[in-house]
Design a protein around this ligand. Structure first.
Ligand SMILES: C[S@@+](CC[C@H](N)C(=O)[O-])C[C@H]1O[C@@H](n2cnc3c(N)ncnc32)[C@H](O)[C@@H]1O
Length: 245
């Protein structure tokens, strides 16, 4: 696991700092497996293949379990399925570029994609920023790690839930979510979390299927006015607002 990310991570349970240590059992066997320790409660969170597993509690609640099982299963085929779907509707590249166009990503910015999946959006964004991706599906994140490598994108991945983002307050210059919002168990909480981890003035973008409803009523009044565009060919909405300065 990259040590740099530690400065912005926190425990999804307590919001406390995390410390990277070698766990006792593996240390005894001389193997040295990394774990993260909540400095408040002492609870440990594993790190698997360089990805910290930072879920609140031991499991995902409610429908989240079914959602995760679904994405765990389709992870190896997700990108190809989207390409096929895209080729029937004018191309995935065109769609993703259009959705992501309102983001204003500057040199050295920290950018978070909530429910990053296999990282299909990241190749369409500028390379001069640092990307962070969070998702509840480990197999989707493993595919995403391959995408980061293939396109030479600087990025760190974390297993976690949108409703309990394992990041400190006011960290990201930009936070976005494409195609995951309708799946979240607790949508009001997920929006609050996206706002919490964004820096004051940062842009927040949410895009998803129109039929699931545009969650305008969930955006708190103290943000900037919300701009909504509809992408009819794909039956999508794209909602953008800024965190209050
Ligand atoms: C339709 S995919 C979108 C992936 C990617 N953003 C894209 O544009 O291709 C939805 C993703 O949301 C993730 N997801 C669902 N519920 C989540 C939650 N509560 N927290 C974090 N990720 C979640 C799934 O595991 C899946 O990878």
């Amino acid at each position: 696991m990259e040590k740099d990310i530690l400065s912005i991570l926190c425990s999804p349970e307590t919001g406390e700092e995390l410390q990277l240590v070698l766990d006792e059992v593996s240390r005894g066997r001389g193997r040295g497996r990394e774990v993260l320790v909540d400095s408040g409660t002492g609870r440990t969170f594993p790190v698997q293949k360089g990805i910290p597993l930072l879920l609140k509690g031991d499991e995902i609640n409610g429908d989240g379990k079914k959602t995760r099982a679904f994405y765990n299963l389709i992870a190896p085929f997700y990108n190809i399925l989207h390409e096929i779907q895209g080729s029937q509707r004018g191309g995935e590249k065109k769609l993703r570029e259009r959705i992501l166009s309102p983001l204003e990503i500057g040199e050295g910015d920290k950018v978070l994609e909530v429910s990053v999946g296999t990282g299909s959006n990241l190749p369409y964004l500028p390379r001069n920023a640092d990307y962070y991706g969070v998702d509840i599906s480990f197999p989707m994140l493993r595919q995403c790690a391959r995408v980061l490598k293939k396109y030479g994108i600087s990025g760190d991945l974390v297993l976690g839930a949108a409703e309990y983002l394992p990041f400190k307050d006011n960290v990201f210059n930009c936070v976005f979510n494409v195609g995951g919002f309708r799946l979240f168990n607790d949508k009001p909480r997920a929006i609050r979390e996206m706002i919490r981890v964004a820096k004051p003035g940062a842009k927040i973008l949410i895009a998803d299927q129109k039929k699931s409803g545009i969650p305008l009523d969930l955006v708190p009044r103290e943000t900037s006015p919300v701009n909504v565009t509809e992408i009819d060919e794909w039956e999508l909405y794209c909602m953008v607002f800024r965190k209050k300065c």
